[in-house]
Ligand binder design. Structure first.
Ligand code: PLP
Length: 384
């Protein structure tokens, strides 16, 4: 059997077990401790690094990216009867937390350059919701899908005009930047994920990125059962158990030592795909549309033209026969049965991308030779 190639497998740097051992040796086997604090500081330093932005980020480590999104909804006071705009082209975890609060998601389609929320359609959606319901949507969830930064300049201008907070789902975009600023630091709240196949992993985990220390303290409060500061257990709000464990944070600290390496590897793989596909009339690789967008290329994705002699599924099956994992793109939320009753502002872009696209292996375990194998199969499937 041929050597398997996976989409994006976890890849350890080497120090992870040392941090975990320390946690055991000092008996910090709880959802707080030195690794949690250290991991948060590493992330804050990273989000500040190499940027033109002067404002610091305050990071609260959590048990999942989904928990981070839910906390953002809680912190923004989203409640029953509210509407929250959400990019339709995304993973369900971006939208589900809206419903945890009893609010209604309003889906907005994408533009063709970054595949993320269309600023034009966003504006139309806000106007239409105001005219239909008499009130503004309470938040806008923007996603940097596959690591590609959304058009934050235009989106921010609209959000500021209507005074609606942005929640930035950067679960796939750790290490991506836009106009010299890290993804995850633009919104009122930013969200990161450290699930098994993201840029780095804690074996399951996430974080919420806040603009102020006060906001971080509020996130921490709700993430630890909303316990008031009394000697006994006093509760005045509903809380959650969303903190990251000190063991998982130990993995995260080790991963932070290799994050830069992971990012450059993903970007290197993107370059190899770009070179290999450049002359092919049927394949377009999803790449930075301009010089201010800097994708981490978490997953490299291709689109087949409508006149291509085969479908993305043919390529996926040809790759699977050779033990290579590939995956259809995210199916847009406005096409999901579970969200069939949610309002949606649609232009056909994400549906078309979904129909014609495919994710190719991109993670730290994918070698230059692996890329050659993948490319050869894609090209030969297309030439039949
Ligand atoms: C992975 C992911 C999430 C959720 O993160 P978890 O840590 O798995 O809960 C949210 N949004 C997007 C776009 C993701 O890819």
């Amino acid at each position: 059997m041929k050597k398997p190639i996976y989409l994006c497998l976890a890849h350890m740097g080497g120090s992870e077990q040392r941090y975990i051992q320390e946690a055991f040796d000092t008996n910090w086997v709880v959802p707080l401790g030195p690794n949690v604090n250290g991991f948060e500081e590493d992330l804050e330093r990273f989000l500040q690094s190499g940027t033109t932005s002067t404002s610091a980020s305050h990071v609260c480590a959590l048990s999942a990216g989904t928990a981070a999104l839910h906390l953002a909804m809680v912190l923004l006071g989203i409640k029953v009867g509210d509407e929250v705009i959400c990019q339709s082209f995304t993973f369900a975890a971006s939208a589900n937390p809206i419903t945890y609060q009893g609010a209604t998601p309003v889906f907005v389609d994408s533009e063709t350059e970054t595949w993320n929320i269309s600023p034009q359609l966003l504006q139309e959606a806000i106007e239409d919701r105001i005219s239909k319901t008499g009130k503004k949507p309470k938040a806008i969830i923007v996603v940097h899908l596959y690591g590609m930064p959304a058009k934050m300049k235009e989106i921010k201008a609209i959000a500021e005009h209507y005074d609606i907070p942005i929640v930035e789902d950067a679960a796939e975009a750790l290490g991506s930047s836009y106009n010299g600023q890290h993804c995850g630091t633009f919104g009122e709240y930013g969200i990161l994920s450290f699930n098994g196949n993201k840029m780095i992993t804690t074996g399951g985990g996430g974080a919420i990125v806040c603009k102020t220390q006060e906001a971080k303290q509020r996130a921490l409060f709700y993430a630890t059962q909303a316990r008031e500061s009394f000697p006994y257990y006093q509760h005045e709000y509903i809380g959650y158990n969303y903190r990251l464990s000190n063991i998982c944070a130990g993995i995260g600290r080790g991963q932070m030592e290799v994050l830069d390496q992971h990012i450059s590897h993903h970007q290197h793989i993107a370059e190899l795909y770009a070179q290999a596909f450049t002359d092919n009339p049927f394949i377009t690789l999803h790449t930075n549309p301009d010089t201010i967008s800097n994708s981490n290329y978490w997953l490299n994705t291709i689109i087949l033209s409508e006149n291509a002699p085969c479908s993305p599924d043919d390529i996926r099956e040809a790759l699977a026969k050779e033990n290579i994992e590939s995956r259809p793109l995210w199916k847009p939320m406005h096409l999901q049965p579970v969200f069939q009753n949610a309002p949606a502002y649609v232009n056909g872009v994400s549906e078309k991308i979904f129909q014609h696209g495919l994710c190719l292996p991109s993670g730290p375990w994918v070698s230059d030779k692996d890329v050659q194998r993948i490319v050869d199969i894609c090209l030969s499937t297309l030439s039949v």
